[in-house]
Design a binder for this molecule. Structure first.
Ligand SMILES: Cc1cc2nc3c(=O)[nH]c(=O)nc-3n(C[C@H](O)[C@H](O)[C@H](O)COP(=O)(O)O)c2cc1C
Length: 197
């Protein structure tokens, strides 16, 4: 039995194709996303699991052409400004890092980052279901992004996510075009161990 995916990835064990099919290209077409499509991505994020169902994820979004989009795009660093500004939508993904305890005090939620990661993955898989893709970026200036989105106290910016329709690799600068292909993974035996480390 061959498990090869159409994108060239080769799972070592049987798996639902949506996992190895998802990847993070950088080239976008001009296709816009409707507000309804954005709502579907957010709806997927909404249903992510979280500790005590606290749902600590908070997403600030804007479509290309909107002032909020330029404000988020302006804070990207490294190679990210070379491609992410062509996305249809940008999301600034934050976590709310405290919860209210029984006494009414705000106490740390130590799983806020973990839970917010689950929400981003849900969004990415929903994008894939819709024939779109989502690409996460940790390369942003956190102080400038906090100012751009008016980040409330007690929240942490985890990522910026670019979403849209995949474009041709040829549209990218040379050094990014070479990297425009699905990456591999460590074997299961390297990321897991039976019983204990
Ligand atoms: C938290 C996080 C931060 C990332 N930051 C960036 C980034 O700043 N720029 C970028 O081009 N890709 C970024 N990526 C994409 C990763 O490089 C990519 O997910 C990884 O190489 C695996 O490839 P795949 O998503 O295509 O399977 C980030 C991904 C994650 C999950």
């Amino acid at each position: 039995m061959s498990l090869d995916m159409s994108n060239g990835r080769k799972p070592d064990h049987p798996v639902t194709p949506m996992f190895p099919s998802r990847w993070s290209p950088r080239s976008f077409t001009d296709r816009e996303m409707s507000v309804a499509e954005v709502m579907s991505l957010l709806e997927a994020a909404r249903w992510a699991p979280s500790a005590s169902n606290h749902q600590p994820w908070r997403l600030v979004w804007a479509r290309r052409g909107e002032a909020g989009f330029a404000a988020i795009a302006d804070t990207l660093t490294g190679n990210n400004p070379l491609w992410a500004g062509k996305a249809a939508v940008l999301f600034a993904v934050a976590s709310k890092d405290t919860v209210t305890n029984r006494e009414g005090a705000e106490v740390p939620n130590r799983t806020a980052g973990f839970d917010t990661g689950a929400a981003w993955m849900s969004l990415a898989l929903q994008a894939q279901e819709m024939g779109l893709f989502a690409h996460a970026m940790a390369g942003f200036d956190k102080d400038r992004l906090a100012a751009a989105v008016d980040l409330p106290e007690g929240h942490t910016l985890q990522c910026v996510v670019a979403a849209g329709e995949q474009g041709p690799a040829e549209a990218l600068p040379d050094h990014l075009r070479e990297r425009e292909k699905p990456s591999g993974r460590k074997p299961v035996g390297e990321i897991s161990v039976r019983g204990r480390f």
